[in-house]
Design a protein around this ligand. Sequence first.
Ligand code: HXC
Length: 514
Amino acid sequence: MSLKKNILALREKKAKIQKGGGDAAIEKQVAMGKMTARERIVTLLDENSFHEYDMFVQHEERNFGMDKKELAGDGVITGTGTIFGAPVCVYAQDFTVMGGSLGLKHARKITKIMDHALKLRVPCIGINDSGGARIQEGIGALAGYGEIFYRNTLASGVIPQISVILGPCAGGAVYSPALTDFVFVVENISKMFITGPNVIETVLGEKISQEDLGGARVHAEITGNAHFYAESELECFDQIKKLISFIPWNNSQKAKSFEPKKPKSKKNIEDIIPSDPKQPYDVRDVIKVLVDDSDFFEIQELFAPNIVIGFGRMNGETIGFVANQPMYLAGVLDCDSSDKAARFIRYCDSFNIPIITLEDMPGYLPGVDQEHAGVIRHGAKMLYAYSEATVAKITVILRKAYGGGYIAMNSRHLGADFVFSWPSAEIAVMGPEGAANIIFRKEIMEAEDQDAMRQIKVQEYIEKFANPYVAASKGYIDGVIEPAETRALLLHSLEVSKNKEDYRPTKKHGIPPF
Ligand code: HXC
């Protein structure tokens, strides 16, 4: 055959594969409000930047009638492209091809692109839309999942790994996203569970919808498996692009610098915190007066909202923020908020992103529920993550810094480089009421007017301990500053920390309280 004829034949073959599972399956996909796998990739990546590999890969299963089935690309599209010019490796499961189910060859296409990402030191983005292990392939499918999980683990902390759940992600399929750094979900589209509703009904006799079992909101709000929640696929892709703009390509680089901008927020930093220490406020307002352009990109916004995490820029450089949120549960630390913060701190540390901690919390949440849920184990994760981190670590104590929370929120004692405090700070072992009731119990009990005596003793405690000056007198905080000085001081602290080097004892790896 002449080259021209060969070219025509190639085009025909490609066009057939690009049709995925065919018109009827595509129609079904669209009717579910979903884009096709190919549309997703080209929408996410820079225009004309996508290059596909392994288009002609085929499964080798011969049982259960599979010998007669040719599956376009074996149900997954893989390749490279760019996002805002940054190179990425990407794969998207094609639900129109046998429900995007994962057989061995499908898995090997994924592991091949993951290997590329690790070698090329670029982010790997996986778009999940699959009925799980291809049942006809049995052990081949299970082997495939295992090979993916192994690579997820090897790549962890070396390149950013991003999972996008745009359809079912069932059975063993859930564990690859769970091993990656950021998981994106979309309302009405994402469904993630180990055991589907039909199995639950058979085994447990409980009826539950896919949405209620593992829909987007469930994972964004309750389980914490998802880091970003969107109402449409387009919104989700914008979120991914924004994330990519904040993070470096790999762990030996820094995130891209942007042109420095002043904060846009018109809020007066001195007016954000109410004068009554019991009144709540939104700590994100403080972050927005600190970061360039007041642009704060929050992560896990709906999960454990008593702590806020996310990226902002200062002087054009990416910074990770960890801040107690007095608007929810007074900003206490509990199992979920400790998990949320600890994981983020480790992410920032792995990818050379300085961490700024804003502190205002009354300590760890007391109660049987928390104790039994493992607040000791979960709370320890934060201590571990901050102590282990060697990136620049700066803390500003805005108001309350009590008890274990004072230590956990990047205190000097866990290796903070700079700790500043606003004059409104209360740094003590516990809140004044609780403390006075314990240490002045006898005086209060014996007083004629117990309430009046309690008030006197609370005041005495506040004057003695619930201020920043005791900690400052011991050098545990480096400066008591006016709120208006905060941004300038943070910029300076970041600038002088640019060449920070910090070492930890040589070891294979630590044993964090997972
Ligand atoms: C083979 C599958 C499949 C699978 C879907 N299909 N899932 N084929 N293996 N796992 C096929 C269907 O047979 C159908 O083929 C086509 O994909 C579309 O599926 P539908 O069921 O028509 O779509 P929908 O109604 O939208 O339902 C989607 C679904 C459902 C909820 C995901 O297909 C489903 O429940 N699938 C099984 C999910 C599951 O239990 N997975 C766990 C597998 S075990 P036709 O030819 O009719 O178009 C597992 C363990 C791995 O993953 C452990 C690793 C550690």
